[in-house]
Each structure stands twice: as C-alpha cells, then as structure tokens.
Design a binder for this molecule. Structure first.
Ligand code: AMO
Length: 432
C-alpha cells in the first residue's frame, strides 16, 4: 500500500508514539530536548507537551541546538531500547524557528539542579523541565477537581472585580492604584463580593488572582497569588462550611488522580488522602498541643508545624482543622460564637503543618456589621456598598479560601512557595 505524503500525516504526540504502527510514517513536533552524537549515530530526543520521543539520525547529522522548536518526519520503528519501544528512523528534522540560545540550565538533566534565583530569573525556560512543569500540572488538575466538585453540588462560578474601593482583609497590606485620579486598591480577596453573590446564587466560587502588599520576605507569602474562594448560603454554622471544604479538597485530590497521575510519578510525591472527617481542634486545644501560652492571639508558623505533626501522629492525617480563633484576631465579618462571643466561628485548615485555608461563618445581619465596624474603629462609609447589601436579605452563610500556590508547595514539599509559582511576584520581583 502506498504511504501518504509525510506533510499530510497528522501530528503524533510523543506519548502516543509507542502505539504507532511499526513502519508507518509519523510526524512529530516539539523542542530539541537533547542531542547525543555517538560515533555511528546521532540521537535526538524531542520533547512535546506529552513527553519525550527518540529520533535516530546518521552520525554527523545537523541538528538544531537544544530548545529549538522542530518538526520531525520519519518512520516509526520498533526498538526495545527506545522509550516506549518505538523510535523514529529515516528522519528529517526541520527547525520551526531560530536556533535557540543555550538555556541557563540544562533542561535534559533528570533534575533541575540550579539555585532558586536562577530558576526564577529564567522561568520561561526552567518551567519546561519535565519535573518542574509537573508541579503546574498538579495545580491545573487540582483546579479541575475544585471546579468539578463544586459544579456537582449546585455552585455557580463567578468573577469579581480586582479594582476595588476598600481593603477587604486589612488596610495594612493593600496595593493602592491611581483610578482616574482617585485612589483605588487591588483586591486582597473576593470576600465582599462572594458574600453579596450568595444573595443572588446561594452558592458561588471564584478562581482568580488576589493581591497582598506583603512587606515580609517569607517562604510562604507572595504579593499576588491564586485564591480559590467558596461561599455558601443557608448554613447552620461553620461546621457545615468545614464539611464543604473537606469535600472540595477531596475533589482536588480526585482531580490529581484523574488528570495528573503522570506528573505525580515524575515528581515522585505522595498524594494525600483526605479523611472522611477532618481532625478538628478548638483554638484553645491547638495552643495547648503546640505548647503556646493560652493568651496567644494566633498560631505562629512553628505552632502550625507542631499541629501538623500532631495530626499525623494522632490521626494519620496530613490535614487538621483549627476552629474558634479569637474573634478579635479575625476579620470583622467573622461570626462570633453566640455562646462565647470571645471565640469566633472561624477556622483554618492546616495541610502538612502550613495554613492552607481560612474560612468562617460570616455575620449576616446589617446591625451586626455596623456594630462590628464601630467596635474596631473602622469607618462605616468605607464599607458602605458592602454593608448596605445586608439590609436586603442575605441568609446565614459562610465560606473559605484556599491558596493555590501553598497547596502545590505542600504537595511537592517545596521549601519555598516560589518553587510552585509560575511567575512569582514578591517584594523584590516584578519580572519575568
Ligand atoms: P486569608 O487572608 O487567610 O483569608 O487567605 C486565605 C488563604 O490564602 C493563602 N494566602 C497566601 N498565599 C500566598 N501568599 C500570600 N501572601 C497569602 N496570603 C494568604 C493562604 C490562606 O490560608 N477572605 C479570607 C478567606 C475567607 O474567609 O473566605 C482570606 O482571604 O493559603
């Protein structure tokens, strides 16, 4: 049978090459991952979005330098030594762009053995490393799982403004921008909008960037990160919100199993199991376990690590929820415990000893907002449009926000959140 002309052969992805019919014509597109010139033969490894493929060329063949985009046409040929048992022979290699400059790091090495600053300075190429890009594959699969679990339970995806007229979390770490000659701010969270949207849709979620002018250079803070926000109406209390959080995180894990099994393998990580019931501590007990003084207003990173160890030791769990933080140390919209208003119906979820999620039942009565703002000395006018919404029937509600980069950083047990961020923004970095 006559073979079709190579130019009309549909593109084969590297991962599909092992299923190509031996002796059939194939066409591959990707990057030159590695060239290896031996005495009698030249090997070319091509990398595309799906993986790596081996191409065999005669000794001395001209091959564009590493990282040049190329098209390879040739014949699928069985070879037990090739990855997946099939390689491409009788190949023609055509560069699809200028020969690439030598990258700052050798991407063909099994691990990316370079310091973090170099990695970040050259993010556009270092993320090409198969192990590095696996981290974002985890993020993407988690986003898929996040959306799938919420879509299945009656949530509506929303998008709220990122240019806003007031600080949502605290006035301290807000970026001010010039908005047609008057001050505006980059949204620190979709908090005020997701609560108002409960009044329309009952259950909403948003995936989007949020901005924090973090003045500290830490391994867990970025100036811009991706916030996975959820808010649901008609809840009895924050425990119902925690149950939703549990199912959402389980959905993210399911998303990883469904879509990123290969990335998990490349990274050699252990994907956590989400217990049917998350271990739960009151803030008071959490302080005791962490060996902190009983009047401590919040948990420090060291306390969180201690609680992570406790959860693993006592419950064999990567997760632990702490509820009932002091009302005074949480945002003004948090609902106090009706019986002991000193404590709030708020919570954090710690994952492997790091705060991953904050959430709470919220105030839902207009008068409670007026009182809470007054008590904290915040001017009502600055929150006018938000607080007004509570005069028009917002049901009891609550929600939470998951930090995407923190999630991935703990999944891969990275020492620094920047290792799990495509193009991190921090005190010192605004490019690339
Ligand atoms: P909070 O400010 O605690 O709560 O943020 C929620 C989660 O977002 C992540 N996070 C960060 N990640 C990277 N860099 C930062 N600078 C940073 N700050 C926070 C953390 C954190 O747990 N409106 C509330 C949420 C709610 O109650 O629904 C809020 O934004 O993983």
């Amino acid at each position: 049978m006559r073979q079709p002309p190579l130019s009309t052969v549909v593109r084969t992805l590297a991962a599909a090459l092992p299923t190509a019919e031996p002796a059939s014509p194939v066409r591959l597109q990707g990057w030159v991952h590695r060239r290896r010139e031996l005495a009698r033969v030249t090997f070319l490894v091509v990398r595309d979005r799906s993986g790596l493929a081996q191409v065999v060329l005669p000794a001395g063949a001209e091959v564009p330098p590493e990282e040049t985009p190329v098209e390879v046409t040739g014949t699928a040929t069985a070879n037990a030594q090739a990855p997946g048992g099939i390689e491409i022979t009788e190949a023609t290699v055509t560069a699809l762009g200028e020969p690439a400059d030598t990258p700052a790091v050798e991407l063909w090495r099994p691990t990316l053995d370079t310091g973090l600053p170099t990695q970040l300075d050259h993010a556009a190429t270092t993320w090409r490393h198969p192990v590095q890009r696996a981290k974002w594959e985890l993020a993407a699969a988690s986003l898929f799982g996040f959306r799938a679990s919420l879509d299945a339970t009656g949530f509506t995806e929303v998008h709220s403004p990122k240019l806003v007229d007031s600080a949502t979390e605290s006035g301290a770490n807000v970026f001010e921008v010039d908005y047609f000659g008057r001050p505006a701010y980059l949204a620190q969270s979709p908090q005020f909008f997701k609560q108002q949207l409960v009044g329309i849709f009952e259950r909403v979620y948003e995936v989007g960037p949020v901005f924090r002018a973090e003045p500290h250079d830490t391994v867990r803070h970025l100036a811009e990160y991706v916030s996975l926000d959820v808010e649901l109406g008609f809840v009895r209390d924050h425990r119902e919100v925690i149950a939703c959080l549990r199912d959402t995180v389980a959905g993210m894990v399911a998303g990883i199993h469904e879509r990123a099994g290969d990335a998990v393998e490349r990274l050699g990580i252990t994907v956590p199991e989400v217990p049917a019931e998350l271990p739960l501590l009151h803030f008071r007990e959490a302080l005791e376990i962490a060996g902190a003084p009983a009047d401590e207003p919040d948990l420090s990173p060291a306390h969180e690590r201690a609680l992570g160890e406790w959860a693993m030791h006592e419950h064999d769990s990567d997760f632990v929820v702490v509820e009932g933080y002091p009302t005074a140390s949480r945002a003004f919209y948090s609902h106090p415990d009706p019986d002991e208003p000193h404590w709030s119906r708020s919570f954090d979820l710690l994952f492997r000893g790091l705060e991953l999620v904050s959430g709470a039942q919220r105030l839902h009565r207009y008068a409670d907002y007026v009182a809470a703002l007054e008590q904290r000395g915040y001017p009502l006018e600055a929150y006018a449009s938000y607080v007004e919404a509570f005069r028009r029937g917002i049901p009891p509600h609550g929600g939470f926000a998951i930090g995407l980069e923190r999630w991935v950083a703990r999944l891969v047990e990275a020492a620094n959140i920047r290792e799990a961020t495509l193009f991190p923004r921090d005190l010192h970095r605004l490019a690339p």
